[in-house]
Write a protein that binds this ligand. Structure first.
Ligand code: GDP
Ligand code: MN
Length: 382
């Protein structure tokens, strides 16, 4: 789960990483007071979960509070579009922060390196621009330090790395200390990634995080209730946000055939079969093991929230999940919701016969195999 810049900076500050003073608001009227309090020399930054905000016009420097306030007014509610995010995102909050006087820009990040199965620190004196571009044009400018799972990072490794990365002498000690704090924050906060770009060196020789991106492992959110509130508003899709609130595993995929099944593997197979039959799946959705009728109804409702859905394929293999419970859920969904798309159901395993019996004399089309279900729903939505 990605955190906004202001939240990321709060996390870093907790571990002693220097960050600029700043405050966040969604109220254009408040922006002026914030800018005044910071002395007028401020940077106004859109708090949207996308990269390249600078190039998209979401970051601007000002020398007085009035100009900052009028930009803030323009920015709140505006849609920002970047190369990374062509669909764009609406700016709801802005960060007003004291401007950092920047002499040099560095890049530093901690992330999981799946190839070595270790955490990795990446460091470069070529900060400010996209790291992908540095990696392509000047790969030798990026220094990598593996984090030993048992021992963490050693001072001597870090001292060697900052020299190799050509971090200027006056900043080397600060960089070593910053990296140690970042690694500690990364481990203790269950982060998937911490990235500081640019990590600024001021003309008077101080290192400070001018930007920050922290992403937290969603599976560890039970240990970090303080981030849980942001989970639903950080989801980029409204149906995914609603699913997260209800605790349902749902991913929107953009096609026209809604999918509901039990077990991630079975649902993935269903996606493949729909694709093989010439259709495009609208979503991934796992109703979960042992789902009761009420939950099944909630799942049907969720799938149908997507206006692109022209048909629904239900694929249940009963084990702990009982076929008749699923059938009851489908029936109550039909009674209470306005289901006006064709539905094909394949129910196999525990309680299958009872379930299929319940669906007789309804408009729901039965299928005896997953392939048949996929072919039928694709044909019915044509
Ligand atoms: P991003 O484009 O989403 O990564 O947003 P950043 O926060 O990195 O801002 C984009 C660019 O604006 C940075 O690379 C800096 O060059 C510049 N910038 C951001 N904050 C400051 C600041 O406090 N002082 C100065 N001088 N430049 C800044
Ligand atoms: Mn940045």
């Amino acid at each position: 789960m990605k955190l906004h810049e202001y939240q990321s900076k709060d996390v870093l500050a907790k571990y002693g990483v220097p960050v600029p003073r700043g405050e966040v608001t969604s109220d254009p009227a408040e922006a002026k007071a914030l800018a005044e309090r910071l002395g007028g020399n401020v940077v106004v930054k859109a708090q949207v979960l996308m990269g390249g905000r600078g190039k998209a016009g979401g970051v601007k420097l000002f020398e007085n509070a009035d100009d900052a306030a009028s930009f803030a007014k323009e920015l709140i509610g505006k849609k920002l579009v970047s190369i990374q995010n062509p669909d764009g995102m609406i700016v709801e909050k802005i960060l007003v922060a004291e401007t950092v006087d920047i002499a040099k820009e560095f890049y530093v990040a901690v992330l999981l390196d799946r190839a070595t199965q270790k955490n990795l620190v990446m460091l470069s004196a070529e900060g400010g621009m996209e790291i992908e571009q540095v990696a392509e044009e000047k790969p030798e400018a990026i220094v990598r330090i593996n984090v030993d799972p048992a021992w963490g990072v050693h001072d001597y490794e870090l001292r060697k790395a900052v020299r190799e990365a050509n971090i200027p002498k006056e900043a080397q000690g600060q960089m070593v200390s910053m990296i140690k704090k970042l690694v500690k924050a990364y481990i203790e906060e269950d982060a998937e990634m911490i990235e500081i770009n640019p990590c600024a060196l001021t003309p008077d020789g101080k290192l400070i995080a001018a930007d920050a991106k922290v992403s937290i492992d969603e599976n560890a959110l039970f240990r970090h209730r303080e981030f849980a509130d942001t989970q639903s508003d950080s989801a980029e899709d409204p149906i995914e946000a609603e699913a997260a609130k209800r605790g349902i595993a749902y991913v929107r995929l953009g096609g026209e055939i809604g999918i509901m099944g039990n077990g991630a593997g079975l649902v993935m197979c269903s996606l493949d079969e729909v694709s093989a039959a010439g259709g495009k799946a609208a979503n991934f959705m796992d109703v979960g093991g042992g789902a009761q009728a009420e939950r099944v109804k909630g799942c049907v409702e969720l799938v149908l929230m997507d206006p692109n859905v022209k048909g629904l394929m239900i694929n249940i293999f009963g084990g702990i999940t009982r076929g008749e419970e699923v059938a009851k859920g489908i029936l109550s969904a039909f009674e209470q919701l306005d289901v006006n798309v064709p539905v094909v159901a394949r129910i196999e395993g525990t309680g299958a016969a009872e379930g299929l019996a319940l669906l007789q004399n309804t408009t729901i089309v039965p299928a005896s195999t997953m392939q048949e279900a996929a072919q039928k729903i694709v044909a019915l939505t044509r």
